[in-house]
Design a protein around this ligand. Sequence first.
Ligand SMILES: *Cc1c(COP(=O)(O)O)cnc(C)c1O
Length: 405
Amino acid sequence: MNDSFDSHWGPATRAVRTGHRRTAEGEQGEPIFTTSSFVFQSAREAAARFAGEEPGNIYSRFTNPTVRTFEERLAALEGAESAVATASGMSAILACCMGLLQQGDHLLASRSIFGTSSVLFNKYLARFGIRTTFVDLTDPAAWAAALEPATRLLFLETPSNPLGEVGDIRALADLAHANDALLAVDNCVCTPILQRPLELGADLAIHSATKYIDGQGRCVGGAVAGDRKRVGEDVFGVLRTAGPTLSPFNAWVFLKGLETLPLRMQAHSRNAQGLAQWLAKHPGVSRVHYHGLADHPQYRLMQRQQSAPGGIVSFEVEGGREGAWRVIDATRMLSITANLGDAKTTITHPATTTHGRLSPEEKARSGITEGLIRVAVGLEDLADIQADLDPGLAPGPARNRKGFV
Ligand SMILES: *Cc1c(COP(=O)(O)O)cnc(C)c1O
């Protein structure tokens, strides 16, 4: 990125333009290269490409122009030397671990990460001799205390989902580097539009592109951004060899998503801020978790490392599980689904869905109460989102969505 003519572009320009090298056809839109392999001019050229002596396309498991356009655009947005696209967010995390860790290494992760990431670390990495310790995202002293000589990777998600706790990326990057370890930040909830972890000292920014990068709930995909050696060689090597590759079509959908990402992230954030303020005043709500509210414990830290708080608001109601389900079932427009980052607002009961596999003790420790509801605020009119939630929050007989499509 730094050596190209477009390195001075601002984020909105990068989101629209970076990475597309127009072909001889003169196309305005980015082409989808639906081809598994590429043809060489001669046997000598084939040999040179395979030997890595000449750049160029070989085979779409590891070289596809549409996928590369997405990688270059995302790298430019993250301020990274390199990015590698993957088949899903989970395969991005797996590829990082396989590319950068080995048997005997120790991983230190925040407790409030995406549930499937915890399963990957606890159940699968453990089988290959990589141990994981979980610590509180917001307590740097706990991270320092849990470090071991074998700790090679610190992994966190900030802000956390669903509670919106914020971790100090710079402090944890310093801690990692002082111990010869790397810091990886799952940047799915913020995207590079709201937070650039590499500029704050992190070594790797990881994405589930399935969420805001797509933005319209169509495709599953992921990516890792970082430096030329660790991402461009080590993580790329896993992709090339093991093959959890992004399809050209999905890469194209994500490219289109990136073009509107700056606008959408601002709009998600604006709606979420409005909803959080409205919920905070609502008599039917006992507590709101949103790091864009000035009384949030990490509000100042959020302002230092994010340009806006983003689209996820959680809140608690009285009456435990029944109370929460009553609110969810009384909505008519909101989508009851565990996905997030969609133009359509989604509503979720974490305790029985995304965090349903946690034990009661783990739930208590992570703040996942039975009365907790998560809303991934979409791009509808804020007044309509509020109007949809309001009846369920009002006292009175239970309503439900039976009869509504
Ligand atoms: C969804 C998600 C993932 C996993 O991504 P997939 O694309 O579903 O594999 C990882 N981290 C976070 C924060 C997520 O929300």
